[in-house]
Write a protein that binds this ligand. Structure first.
Ligand code: PGA
Length: 267
């Protein structure tokens, strides 16, 4: 039986990927399809193993283009192979400020369209940071409290922004930061502009889990693809951790999987 050991995870599951040393860390590298399958294998093992014991799996999930193939594969496994999400509790990393849940660019909407609508997750166990609130600090504290009430995050998925953000922890976000309201960086707004049909429509602020919140997850999986992410991923894996590249703080965590497409790894 596959057992879930957060400190020694599923190494045999990523055998189709190559171990590549980058800076101080080892990445799992392959064609993007293989990378997404390997991450799906890891996640499926966790969900099934917990279900077998009548326990829940608490996932931290991400939006953006990076996890789309992974989510498609999870939907396929749900439909064709009986992978159930009935025991899953989810917490998304971040949300734009001010967009209602019915706004097609809200991360709430994106998650339902790309994953939740197609699997058997209990809607009451889906959590996305608040986008509308009177008191940002109180709303952020409430989100942190929900994560704590669920027992903390077992498995956190991350993409990485061109300037090194994880969630919306932009450059300048420290190691100890918690869930909070944050101003979006220029690169983030420019990258989001096409989806909003112009940068003037992109929200200027968001609510994001903090770097400290993310680092409390028992397992973290960062995925990245494309040449455009190569430089920042190399910085995150090889530079001394600092606020200039918030993803570099992941080096301080003992159980991070760096899952990279070949072009991101650089060969
Ligand atoms: P992407 O975004 O998956 O759309 O590249 C990642 C991020 O900004 O964290």
């Amino acid at each position: 039986m596959v057992t879930y050991d957060p400190y020694n995870l599923f190494r045999f599951k990523v055998s189709s990927l190559k171990n590549v040393k980058i800076g101080f860390r080892t990445a799992q590298v392959g064609e993007w399809g293989e990378v997404s399958l390997a991450v799906a294998d890891e996640l499926e093992s966790l969900i099934r193993e917990r279900a077998g014991r009548g326990e829940s799996a608490v996932l931290g999930l991400a939006t953006g283009s990076t996890p789309l193939e992974l989510y498609r594969e999870l939907i396929r496994r749900h439909r064709e192979e009986g992978l159930s999400f009935a025991n899953v509790t989810s917490f998304n990393l971040d949300e734009y400020e001010g967009l209602g849940r019915d706004h097609e660019r809200s991360y709430w909407c994106e998650m339902w369209q790309n994953l939740f609508d197609h699997v058997d997750i209990d809607p009451t166990r889906v959590h996305v940071p608040p986008s509308r609130f009177e008191d940002a600090e109180a709303a952020a504290l409430e989100y942190e409290a929900k994560i704590a009430d669920a027992g903390g995050i077992d498995w956190q998925l991350l993409g990485i922004g061109r300037a090194g953000h994880i969630g919306f922890n932009e450059a300048g976000s420290g190691r100890e930061t918690r869930t909070r309201r944050i101003a979006l960086a220029e690169e983030t707004i420019v990258d989001a502009a096409p989806g909003f049909k112009g940068r003037e429509h992109v929200p200027t602020h968001a609510v994001t889990m903090g770097v400290g919140t993310i680092l409390e997850s028992r397992r973290i999986v960062l995925m990245a693809q494309g040449e455009g992410k190569r430089e920042i991923v190399h910085q995150a894996m090889s530079q001394v951790p600092s606020e200039r590249v918030p993803a570099s703080f992941l080096q301080l965590h003992e159980n991070v999987g760096w899952f990279l497409a070949k072009d991101t790894a650089g060969f």
